[in-house]
Design a protein around this ligand. Sequence first.
Ligand code: PSV
Ligand code: MN
Length: 406
Amino acid sequence: MSDKHYTLFEEQQNQRGINLNNVKDKLKQLKVETPSWGFGDSGTRFKVFQQEGIPRDPFEKFEDAAQVHRYTGMSPSVAIHIPWDKVDDYSKLKNHASSLGLSVGAVNPNLFQDDDYKFGSVTNTNPSIRRKATDHLLECVDIAKEVDSDIVSLWFADGTNYPGQADFRQRKHWMEECLQEMYGSLDDHMRMLIEYKFFEPAFYHTDLPDWGMAYNMAMKLGPQAEVLVDTGHHPQATNIEHIVAYLLDENRLGGFHFNSRKYADDDLIVAAHNPYEIFLILHQIISAEDGTDVKASKNAANIAYMLDQCHNIEPKIPAMIRSILNVQSLYAKACLINLEELREAQKNQDVLAAEQTVREAYECDVTPLLQAVREEMGVPVDPMKAYRESGYGEKILARGKGGASW
Ligand code: PSV
Ligand code: MN
C-alpha cells in the first residue's frame, strides 16, 4: 500500500472529523495476551486431533507465542494455566519469556480436571476438597508473584446437572469463603479476575453463571477483584457491549477474553462470526476511555485483553495471528467513530444519525491505516504473509506429533 493511499485515507478521515494521529497512538498501545493452551493440542469432547509441531512443554509454547508477537507487535505476554504449565522453576520460565521479548501474563488456576472436582472444587461438600482447591488458588497467587504477573484469572467449572443435586446457597457461601482466603494473599498491586460462564460443563446450574453474580462476588471481596468477560460465555443474543459498558461504569471490568462463537463456547478465531459484535464492544471501551468520566476512563485503559481460543483443526500460530489482526482491525474501525457527533445525535434523539455514525465507521476500509501503523511499529505490513514465509511453521514439524495438550 502506497503513501498515496494513506494520504487519501487521512484526508477522508479529516473530513469526518477524525484525528488519525490519536487513532495511531491508540492502535500502537493495543496489546492482547495469547493463551499458552492455545498452542497445545486441543479438541472437542469427541476427539483431540493431534497436530505435528505442537510444543512439547511450556518453554516451547512461549517460543510459538513469540512468533505471534514478532509479526504483530501486539501480544507481548502469555497467559499460563496451572498445572498445564507447571514447571520446577518458574524463574526459569520467566527468564525464558523475557529472552523471547515476552512476559508471563495472567496465571489461571485449573479446578476442573482433577477427579476430586467431579462434584465441585470450592463448592464441594467435602471440606478437604475445598481445602485442596483453595490451596491450589494460593499456589497460583505464589506463582504469579514468582513470574512477576499481577493477574490471577479465575474460572470455575463448578455446577450441577440435576435439580436437587446440591444446595445453591450453601455452595455460594463456600465459594465466598475460599475466594476470601485467596484475596487475602494478594499483594497490593495484584488483581483477581472473576470469569463467569452460563453453562458447560454443568448443564443445570453453574455457580458463577453471569456477570451480575461475578460482580457481586468481586464487590464482596474488595477493590482488587474484578469481573472478566469472555465473549463465548453468554446465552445467545446477550448484549455483551451493554454488560461491558455497565461494568466500566462500575469500574469493575478487569479482563476480556476474545474468541468467536456461533452456538456456545466455540472458541473460534476472533470475529469469525459476528465481527460487528466485537466492534460494538470495543466502541464501548473506547467511548469510556475517551470520555469525561475519569474512573471509567482509567478502568478502560486497564483492561487485560486476552485471546481465549483453542484451534482444533487449524494450525495454531497463524490462527492466533489471524485473531490478533482481526481484533486490531475492529479496534481501528471502532476508533473511527466520531464520538462528538454520536453524543450530539444522542442528545438530539436523532436515532438514524446516531446509528449511521456508528455504522459508517465500521464500513471504513482501515487497510491503509493498519499498514501505516505496522510500518511505524516496525512489524511487517502483512504479518500473516511474513509468518508464512518465515519457515517457522515447517521448522517446528521436527517436534513431531504428541506435543502438549491442554
Ligand atoms: C472456560 O471456558 C475458559 O474460558 C476459561 O477462561 C478457562 O480458563 C479457559 O476457558 C481455558 O479452558
Ligand atoms: Mn475464558
